[in-house]
Design a protein around this ligand. Structure first.
Ligand code: KG4
Ligand code: ZN
Length: 336
Protein backbone atom coordinates (compact mmCIF):
# COMPACT_ATOMS: atom_id res chain seq x y z
CA UNK A 1 0.00 0.00 0.00
CA UNK A 2 1.30 3.43 -0.98
CA UNK A 3 0.05 6.61 0.70
CA UNK A 4 0.46 10.28 -0.16
CA UNK A 5 0.69 12.45 2.99
CA UNK A 6 -0.05 16.17 3.22
CA UNK A 7 0.69 18.44 6.21
CA UNK A 8 -0.55 22.06 6.29
CA UNK A 9 -1.63 22.65 9.90
CA UNK A 10 0.58 25.65 10.59
CA UNK A 11 3.54 27.28 8.83
CA UNK A 12 5.14 24.27 7.15
CA UNK A 13 4.00 22.69 3.90
CA UNK A 14 4.93 18.99 4.05
CA UNK A 15 4.38 16.29 1.44
CA UNK A 16 5.52 12.65 1.43
CA UNK A 17 4.97 9.27 -0.17
CA UNK A 18 5.13 6.22 2.13
CA UNK A 19 5.08 2.63 0.94
CA UNK A 20 4.27 -0.25 3.29
CA UNK A 21 7.05 -2.44 1.92
CA UNK A 22 9.67 0.02 0.73
CA UNK A 23 9.27 2.67 3.45
CA UNK A 24 9.54 6.37 2.81
CA UNK A 25 9.93 6.97 -0.94
CA UNK A 26 9.93 10.78 -1.01
CA UNK A 27 9.38 13.72 1.25
CA UNK A 28 9.49 17.46 0.77
CA UNK A 29 9.19 20.30 3.21
CA UNK A 30 8.78 24.00 2.71
CA UNK A 31 9.02 26.25 5.77
CA UNK A 32 7.24 29.62 5.75
CA UNK A 33 9.51 30.97 8.50
CA UNK A 34 10.86 33.82 6.37
CA UNK A 35 7.33 34.86 5.38
CA UNK A 36 6.19 35.29 8.99
CA UNK A 37 9.48 36.47 10.53
CA UNK A 38 8.78 40.19 10.13
CA UNK A 39 5.50 39.78 12.09
CA UNK A 40 7.18 37.89 14.95
CA UNK A 41 4.76 34.96 14.65
CA UNK A 42 2.53 33.05 12.25
CA UNK A 43 -0.08 35.14 10.38
CA UNK A 44 -2.86 32.59 9.65
CA UNK A 45 -4.14 34.20 6.43
CA UNK A 46 -0.64 34.42 4.94
CA UNK A 47 0.01 30.81 5.95
CA UNK A 48 -3.12 29.56 4.11
CA UNK A 49 -2.28 31.50 0.95
CA UNK A 50 1.27 30.21 0.89
CA UNK A 51 0.12 26.59 1.33
CA UNK A 52 -2.07 27.11 -1.76
CA UNK A 53 0.95 28.34 -3.73
CA UNK A 54 3.30 25.56 -2.68
CA UNK A 55 1.22 22.42 -2.23
CA UNK A 56 0.44 21.27 -5.76
CA UNK A 57 3.97 21.75 -7.18
CA UNK A 58 5.37 19.95 -4.12
CA UNK A 59 3.01 17.00 -4.65
CA UNK A 60 4.08 16.81 -8.31
CA UNK A 61 7.73 16.83 -7.27
CA UNK A 62 7.26 14.21 -4.51
CA UNK A 63 5.39 11.82 -6.83
CA UNK A 64 8.19 12.27 -9.38
CA UNK A 65 10.88 11.63 -6.78
CA UNK A 66 9.02 8.51 -5.61
CA UNK A 67 8.64 7.32 -9.25
CA UNK A 68 4.96 6.99 -8.46
CA UNK A 69 2.30 7.81 -11.06
CA UNK A 70 -1.04 8.74 -9.40
CA UNK A 71 -2.45 5.32 -10.35
CA UNK A 72 -0.06 3.71 -7.83
CA UNK A 73 -1.32 5.77 -4.89
CA UNK A 74 -3.69 3.75 -2.68
CA UNK A 75 -4.73 6.47 -0.23
CA UNK A 76 -4.34 10.17 0.57
CA UNK A 77 -3.72 11.25 4.16
CA UNK A 78 -3.97 14.88 5.20
CA UNK A 79 -3.75 16.66 8.56
CA UNK A 80 -7.33 17.33 9.66
CA UNK A 81 -6.48 19.08 12.97
CA UNK A 82 -5.68 20.46 15.40
CA UNK A 83 -4.22 23.59 13.81
CA UNK A 84 -5.06 26.80 11.96
CA UNK A 85 -8.37 26.15 10.31
CA UNK A 86 -7.66 28.00 7.04
CA UNK A 87 -4.29 26.30 6.67
CA UNK A 88 -5.81 22.88 7.43
CA UNK A 89 -8.54 23.44 4.83
CA UNK A 90 -5.95 23.88 2.07
CA UNK A 91 -4.47 20.41 2.67
CA UNK A 92 -7.87 18.84 3.35
CA UNK A 93 -9.51 20.22 0.19
CA UNK A 94 -6.66 19.26 -2.08
CA UNK A 95 -6.16 15.86 -0.40
CA UNK A 96 -9.82 14.97 -0.66
CA UNK A 97 -10.08 16.23 -4.24
CA UNK A 98 -7.08 14.14 -5.31
CA UNK A 99 -8.45 11.06 -3.54
CA UNK A 100 -11.83 11.56 -5.24
CA UNK A 101 -10.19 11.91 -8.65
CA UNK A 102 -7.91 8.91 -8.10
CA UNK A 103 -10.76 6.86 -6.61
CA UNK A 104 -8.85 5.98 -3.43
CA UNK A 105 -9.72 6.65 0.23
CA UNK A 106 -8.92 10.00 1.83
CA UNK A 107 -8.11 9.98 5.52
CA UNK A 108 -7.92 12.92 7.93
CA UNK A 109 -5.04 12.52 10.40
CA UNK A 110 -4.71 14.01 13.88
CA UNK A 111 -1.54 16.13 13.80
CA UNK A 112 -0.38 14.87 17.21
CA UNK A 113 -0.93 11.25 16.18
CA UNK A 114 1.40 12.03 13.28
CA UNK A 115 4.03 13.34 15.72
CA UNK A 116 3.73 10.41 18.11
CA UNK A 117 4.03 7.80 15.36
CA UNK A 118 6.99 9.59 13.68
CA UNK A 119 9.65 7.69 15.71
CA UNK A 120 8.31 4.47 14.12
CA UNK A 121 9.83 5.64 10.83
CA UNK A 122 13.28 5.00 12.34
CA UNK A 123 15.26 1.81 12.88
CA UNK A 124 15.03 0.41 15.47
CA UNK A 125 11.41 1.44 15.82
CA UNK A 126 9.88 1.38 19.31
CA UNK A 127 7.46 -1.48 19.93
CA UNK A 128 4.03 -0.77 21.43
CA UNK A 129 3.14 0.03 24.20
CA UNK A 130 5.09 3.19 25.06
CA UNK A 131 4.79 6.56 26.73
CA UNK A 132 4.93 9.50 24.31
CA UNK A 133 6.09 12.97 25.26
CA UNK A 134 4.69 15.33 22.64
CA UNK A 135 6.27 18.76 22.90
CA UNK A 136 5.45 21.25 20.18
CA UNK A 137 4.53 24.91 19.78
CA UNK A 138 0.88 24.15 20.45
CA UNK A 139 0.95 21.12 22.76
CA UNK A 140 2.70 19.52 25.72
CA UNK A 141 1.28 16.07 26.27
CA UNK A 142 2.23 12.83 27.97
CA UNK A 143 0.34 9.98 26.36
CA UNK A 144 0.00 6.28 27.17
CA UNK A 145 0.12 4.66 23.73
CA UNK A 146 -1.11 1.05 23.59
CA UNK A 147 -1.30 0.70 19.80
CA UNK A 148 -2.21 2.79 16.76
CA UNK A 149 -5.40 4.57 17.74
CA UNK A 150 -5.35 3.71 21.47
CA UNK A 151 -4.25 6.79 23.34
CA UNK A 152 -4.77 7.95 26.92
CA UNK A 153 -3.57 11.38 27.94
CA UNK A 154 -1.63 11.14 31.20
CA UNK A 155 -0.87 14.84 31.53
CA UNK A 156 -0.84 18.08 29.57
CA UNK A 157 -0.03 21.73 29.94
CA UNK A 158 -2.64 23.77 31.77
CA UNK A 159 -1.41 26.95 30.04
CA UNK A 160 1.47 27.55 27.58
CA UNK A 161 2.95 24.66 25.60
CA UNK A 162 6.69 24.00 26.04
CA UNK A 163 7.49 25.30 22.55
CA UNK A 164 5.30 28.34 23.13
CA UNK A 165 7.27 29.07 26.31
CA UNK A 166 10.53 28.81 24.34
CA UNK A 167 9.12 31.17 21.70
CA UNK A 168 7.83 33.72 24.23
CA UNK A 169 11.02 33.78 26.30
CA UNK A 170 13.06 34.07 23.09
CA UNK A 171 10.99 37.14 22.23
CA UNK A 172 11.74 38.63 25.67
CA UNK A 173 15.43 38.07 24.93
CA UNK A 174 15.07 39.86 21.59
CA UNK A 175 15.70 36.73 19.51
CA UNK A 176 14.20 36.28 16.06
CA UNK A 177 11.17 34.07 15.34
CA UNK A 178 10.99 31.07 15.59
CA UNK A 179 12.46 31.45 19.04
CA UNK A 180 13.05 27.86 20.21
CA UNK A 181 16.11 27.00 18.11
CA UNK A 182 17.56 30.53 18.54
CA UNK A 183 17.18 30.33 22.31
CA UNK A 184 18.76 26.87 22.42
CA UNK A 185 21.73 28.21 20.45
CA UNK A 186 22.16 31.18 22.78
CA UNK A 187 21.89 28.88 25.82
CA UNK A 188 24.97 26.95 24.63
CA UNK A 189 27.08 30.01 25.52
CA UNK A 190 25.43 30.42 28.93
CA UNK A 191 27.09 29.71 32.27
CA UNK A 192 24.97 27.13 34.13
CA UNK A 193 24.07 27.99 37.71
CA UNK A 194 24.21 31.80 37.54
CA UNK A 195 20.42 31.96 37.44
CA UNK A 196 17.87 29.40 38.55
CA UNK A 197 14.20 29.25 37.60
CA UNK A 198 11.48 27.07 39.17
CA UNK A 199 10.56 23.58 37.89
CA UNK A 200 6.80 24.26 37.71
CA UNK A 201 4.35 21.71 39.15
CA UNK A 202 7.05 19.16 39.98
CA UNK A 203 6.15 19.51 43.67
CA UNK A 204 2.68 18.14 42.86
CA UNK A 205 2.27 14.42 42.19
CA UNK A 206 0.29 14.80 38.90
CA UNK A 207 1.61 14.73 35.33
CA UNK A 208 0.29 18.10 34.16
CA UNK A 209 2.58 20.96 33.16
CA UNK A 210 2.48 24.74 33.49
CA UNK A 211 4.99 26.94 31.71
CA UNK A 212 3.50 30.43 31.81
CA UNK A 213 4.94 31.26 35.26
CA UNK A 214 8.41 30.52 33.96
CA UNK A 215 8.03 33.26 31.38
CA UNK A 216 7.12 35.73 34.14
CA UNK A 217 10.12 34.61 36.21
CA UNK A 218 12.41 35.25 33.22
CA UNK A 219 10.89 38.70 32.70
CA UNK A 220 11.42 39.65 36.38
CA UNK A 221 15.04 38.44 36.26
CA UNK A 222 15.70 40.27 32.99
CA UNK A 223 14.51 43.54 34.50
CA UNK A 224 16.81 43.19 37.50
CA UNK A 225 19.93 41.79 35.85
CA UNK A 226 22.60 43.88 34.11
CA UNK A 227 21.98 44.24 30.39
CA UNK A 228 24.75 42.47 28.48
CA UNK A 229 25.13 39.52 26.07
CA UNK A 230 26.51 37.13 28.70
CA UNK A 231 23.56 37.76 31.01
CA UNK A 232 21.19 37.02 28.12
CA UNK A 233 22.99 33.73 27.42
CA UNK A 234 23.01 32.81 31.13
CA UNK A 235 19.26 33.46 31.41
CA UNK A 236 18.60 31.43 28.23
CA UNK A 237 20.64 28.59 29.72
CA UNK A 238 18.78 28.68 33.07
CA UNK A 239 15.41 28.77 31.29
CA UNK A 240 16.30 25.83 29.06
CA UNK A 241 17.52 23.88 32.11
CA UNK A 242 14.24 24.56 33.92
CA UNK A 243 12.08 23.35 31.00
CA UNK A 244 14.26 20.31 30.33
CA UNK A 245 14.35 19.33 34.03
CA UNK A 246 10.58 19.70 34.33
CA UNK A 247 9.93 17.58 31.24
CA UNK A 248 12.43 14.95 32.44
CA UNK A 249 10.90 14.67 35.92
CA UNK A 250 7.40 14.21 34.48
CA UNK A 251 8.60 11.62 31.95
CA UNK A 252 10.26 9.58 34.71
CA UNK A 253 7.03 9.70 36.69
CA UNK A 254 4.93 8.71 33.67
CA UNK A 255 7.14 5.66 33.07
CA UNK A 256 6.95 4.68 36.74
CA UNK A 257 3.19 5.20 36.90
CA UNK A 258 2.44 3.14 33.78
CA UNK A 259 5.15 0.55 34.37
CA UNK A 260 6.25 1.06 30.75
CA UNK A 261 9.91 1.13 29.72
CA UNK A 262 9.86 2.84 26.35
CA UNK A 263 9.62 6.59 25.95
CA UNK A 264 8.98 8.21 22.58
CA UNK A 265 9.71 11.93 22.23
CA UNK A 266 8.32 13.95 19.36
CA UNK A 267 7.28 17.46 18.32
CA UNK A 268 9.44 20.52 17.65
CA UNK A 269 10.94 20.79 21.16
CA UNK A 270 12.08 17.16 20.74
CA UNK A 271 14.81 18.64 18.54
CA UNK A 272 16.33 20.29 21.63
CA UNK A 273 19.76 18.80 22.26
CA UNK A 274 19.81 19.30 26.02
CA UNK A 275 16.41 17.58 26.33
CA UNK A 276 17.56 14.65 24.20
CA UNK A 277 20.78 14.16 26.14
CA UNK A 278 19.18 14.42 29.57
CA UNK A 279 16.25 12.11 28.77
CA UNK A 280 18.59 9.56 27.24
CA UNK A 281 20.65 9.47 30.41
CA UNK A 282 17.86 9.50 32.99
CA UNK A 283 15.59 6.99 31.24
CA UNK A 284 18.56 4.62 30.83
CA UNK A 285 19.11 4.88 34.60
CA UNK A 286 15.52 3.61 35.03
CA UNK A 287 16.31 0.67 32.74
CA UNK A 288 14.26 2.15 29.89
CA UNK A 289 14.90 3.35 26.37
CA UNK A 290 14.17 6.61 24.56
CA UNK A 291 13.19 6.85 20.88
CA UNK A 292 13.23 9.97 18.73
CA UNK A 293 12.42 10.70 15.14
CA UNK A 294 15.38 12.02 13.13
CA UNK A 295 15.81 15.77 13.72
CA UNK A 296 13.98 16.86 10.55
CA UNK A 297 10.93 14.76 11.52
CA UNK A 298 10.72 16.27 15.03
CA UNK A 299 9.17 19.42 13.62
CA UNK A 300 6.15 19.40 11.30
CA UNK A 301 6.53 17.29 8.16
CA UNK A 302 4.56 15.30 5.61
CA UNK A 303 6.30 11.98 6.30
CA UNK A 304 4.61 11.52 9.68
CA UNK A 305 1.19 12.16 8.08
CA UNK A 306 1.81 9.73 5.21
CA UNK A 307 2.98 7.13 7.73
CA UNK A 308 0.05 7.65 10.15
CA UNK A 309 -2.30 7.43 7.14
CA UNK A 310 -0.68 4.16 6.06
CA UNK A 311 -0.92 2.67 9.58
CA UNK A 312 -4.60 3.62 9.87
CA UNK A 313 -5.62 2.49 6.39
CA UNK A 314 -3.79 -0.81 6.89
CA UNK A 315 -5.55 -1.38 10.22
CA UNK A 316 -8.90 -0.42 8.68
CA UNK A 317 -9.17 2.40 11.18
CA UNK A 318 -10.56 5.67 9.89
CA UNK A 319 -10.80 8.89 11.85
CA UNK A 320 -14.17 10.54 12.36
CA UNK A 321 -14.11 14.10 10.98
CA UNK A 322 -14.89 14.58 7.32
CA UNK A 323 -13.43 18.08 7.18
CA UNK A 324 -11.05 19.74 9.65
CA UNK A 325 -11.09 20.70 13.36
CA UNK A 326 -9.06 23.48 14.93
CA UNK A 327 -9.44 21.71 18.29
CA UNK A 328 -9.55 17.94 18.50
CA UNK A 329 -8.68 15.92 21.67
CA UNK A 330 -6.25 13.06 20.95
CA UNK A 331 -8.10 10.72 23.34
CA UNK A 332 -11.23 10.96 21.18
CA UNK A 333 -9.45 8.79 18.57
CA UNK A 334 -9.48 5.81 20.93
CA UNK A 335 -12.06 3.22 19.93
CA UNK A 336 -13.63 1.82 23.12
O1 KG4 B 1 6.00 20.50 16.13
P1 KG4 B 1 6.34 21.85 15.64
O2 KG4 B 1 7.21 21.98 14.42
O3 KG4 B 1 5.06 22.70 15.32
C1 KG4 B 1 3.92 22.65 16.08
O4 KG4 B 1 3.08 21.76 15.80
O5 KG4 B 1 3.83 23.50 16.99
O6 KG4 B 1 7.01 22.62 16.88
C2 KG4 B 1 7.47 23.94 16.79
C3 KG4 B 1 7.97 24.38 18.17
C4 KG4 B 1 8.27 25.87 18.22
O7 KG4 B 1 7.72 26.40 19.41
C5 KG4 B 1 9.79 25.92 18.24
O8 KG4 B 1 10.30 27.06 18.89
C6 KG4 B 1 10.14 24.65 19.00
O9 KG4 B 1 9.20 23.70 18.50
N1 KG4 B 1 11.52 24.19 18.74
C7 KG4 B 1 12.48 24.12 19.69
C8 KG4 B 1 13.65 23.67 19.05
N2 KG4 B 1 13.38 23.47 17.73
C9 KG4 B 1 12.05 23.79 17.56
N3 KG4 B 1 12.43 24.40 21.01
C10 KG4 B 1 13.56 24.22 21.71
N4 KG4 B 1 14.73 23.81 21.18
C11 KG4 B 1 14.83 23.52 19.87
N5 KG4 B 1 16.00 23.09 19.36
ZN1 ZN C 1 3.57 19.88 15.12
Amino acid sequence: MRVLGIETSCDETGVAVYDGEQGLLAHALYSQTALHAEYGGVVPELASRDHIRKLLPMIHAALGQAHTPPGQINGVAYTAGPGLVGALLVGACLGRALAFAWEVPAIGIHHMEGHLLAPLLETPAPAFPFVALLVSGGHTLLVDVREVGAYRTLGESVDDAAGEAFDKVAKLLGLPYPGGPALAKLAERGVPGRFRFPRPMTEHPGLDFSFSGLKTAVLTTLKRAPENPQTQADIACAFEEAVVDTLTIKCERALQKTGLQRLVVAGGVGANRRLRAQLQQRVAQLGGQVFYPRLEFCTDNGAMIAFAGYMRLRAGRRTAPSAVSARWPLDSLTVP
